[in-house]
Write a protein that binds this ligand. Sequence first.
Ligand code: BMP
Length: 213
Amino acid sequence: MSRLILALDVYEREKALKIARETGDFLWGIKVNWPLILGSGIDIVGELKEETGLPIIADLKLADIPNTNRLIAGRVFEAGADYIIAHGFPGSDSVKAVMELGETIIVVEMSHPGAGEFIQPVTDRLIELANELEPFGVIAPATRPERVRYIRKKLRRNIKILTPGVGAQGGKAKEVLKAGADYIIVGRAIYNSGNPRKAAENLWREMNAGTEG
Ligand code: BMP
């Protein structure tokens, strides 16, 4: 089984569907973020699901009061999303409002340099929140394998770790998997490559090398 998630951050519907079709064989799932939702509308979630049969993660990074989180998440789950990503820092009530409607992934640390300013100092608290609420998974930075290792140690075993930051942001798939990630999220290194299918296949091979037999 694949542990690769495509971050499909393009605007255009046709382009998104084409890349999804080409790469689907090598993916566990597809992550849809604001660029694609703004460019193509929320119905793209159902279309991608129908086209590929893969789980769809809606990366909205919800960070609002419980009622607003609930209003947004309700529509997005209705549109066919299997998972929604929410921020943990607005508090447990805001996250619970999403979790009551469907499978949720909580951001506990981010992959960009600025993550060191505000989110990394509260990662321990966000891990505690995840351990208490037991969502499907958490987001952790593929750009810092040592932080993935740390988060894996503190996080309940049944909670998955999904890591963006491989490829364009400098993270290395093998290293992050070794540090304890369950899934690797990759965008530009696949959709901006001349041959997205080949790029996804190469990553898939790299991730599976040494795990056969
Ligand atoms: P790329 O492989 O092109 O860098 O894309 C990474 C994807 O993961 C983007 O959709 C980005 O918004 C998302 N992401 C991230 O890069 N770092 C995080 O900490 C959290 C994210 O959701």
